[in-house]
Design a protein around this ligand. Structure first.
Ligand SMILES: C[S@@+](CC[C@H](N)C(=O)[O-])C[C@H]1O[C@@H](n2cnc3c(N)ncnc32)[C@H](O)[C@@H]1O
Length: 288
């Protein structure tokens, strides 16, 4: 089987053609991938070229511009939607220990899950917040730029094949009861408790082109910035900084960090290993 490198070498002008197709997509459809990590974009385009039997990115561009349905398929390729319940369980235990006691003191808590994919992470948090007795006080927004995953997220129904893994994660995360207290089984699927599902407002929001949310107490954006280049990471972290309330918390994914970003000094580490940060207000930060 050809290695990924061999596949990439087959398309000799790919590095020249990528900026052109990304610009064309932006001009035609308004989706801006120009500052996504180039290696991520290249891998996904090569994948699409291979399964579509196309010879070059120029041919792909031509098809994308002519056929909206083909563009939607490419959009799926470019947005990686891998997720799971209680992903990286140690992150959840740290959150319980270090952030929940602070949230407990708030009369009302506004939460934004950015890049929520099919919703497993959002419901994991809702379960944790219910166990900690503060879910009632929370208003939860969950956003993604991929409408297809948002439709799945709104249902809160997941294949049973993932259940064992979810259960293990839940236990490791310090779950206080049994995950089965929060779902029912139906025709090979698990259906999450409707009171959790109804608690969340799902919405289409693009982190690159859309604007801030106001006065958010907690932003969870895990495993999204990893697909962006440094410039775009800075832009999105600025967006989070502006969206957070004065001592709001920010949670990133295990391979992401505020280190070396323009706002590095504008957040305090709550748990650097688990990528949990708290906004700090200093004049220099506000001007950045
Ligand atoms: C790997 S998933 C992460 C899901 C979840 N946060 C987790 O960690 O399990 C990345 C998600 O980010 C979304 N995404 C990528 N670029 C985005 C953008 N510009 N605006 C909003 N969502 C975006 C993708 O559609 C995808 O659902």
């Amino acid at each position: 089987m050809a290695s990924n490198q061999n596949k990439i070498e087959k398309f000799e002008n790919i590095d020249l053609e990528i900026p052109l197709i990304l610009e064309a997509i932006y001009q035609k459809y308004g989706y801006d991938f120009r500052k996504y990590s180039r290696s991520h974009i290249k891998r996904r385009l090569v994948h699409r070229l291979a399964i579509s039997n196309l010879e070059s990115v120029s041919q792909l561009q031509d098809k994308v511009l002519r056929e909206k349905d083909f563009f939607i398929e490419l959009l799926e390729d470019l947005s990686i939607n891998v997720t799971e319940m209680f992903r990286d369980p140690e992150f959840y235990s740290s959150f319980r220990e270090n952030v929940v006691p602070i949230l407990r003191t708030y009369p009302f808590i506004k939460i934004w899950h950015a890049g929520c994919s099919t919703g497993e992470e959002v419901y994991s948090f809702a379960i944790l917040l219910r166990e900690e007795g503060i879910l009632k006080r929370c208003q939860i927004y969950a956003t993604d730029f991929n409408r297809k995953v948002l439709e799945i997220a709104k249902q809160g129904i997941y294949p049973i094949r993932d259940l064992e893994h979810f259960e293990r994660n839940y236990e490791k995360s310090g779950g206080k009861s049994k995950l089965s207290d929060f779902y029912t089984m139906k025709y090979g699927s698990i259906k999450l408790d409707q009171s959790l599902v109804k608690k969340v407002v799902f919405a289409d929001h693009n982190l690159v082109t859309d604007s801030v949310f106001a006065e958010i107490d907690l932003i969870i954006c895990r495993n999204v910035l990893i697909y962006f280049n440094r410039d775009l990471q800075n832009k999105v972290i600025n967006l989070f900084y502006d969206s957070l309330s004065s001592s709001g918390h920010l949670c990133l994914g295990s391979k992401e960090s505020l280190k070396f970003t323009a706002k590095e000094n504008c957040f305090a580490d709550i748990d650097e290993k688990q990528k949990i940060y708290k906004k700090s207000l200093s004049k220099s930060c506000i001007k950045l």
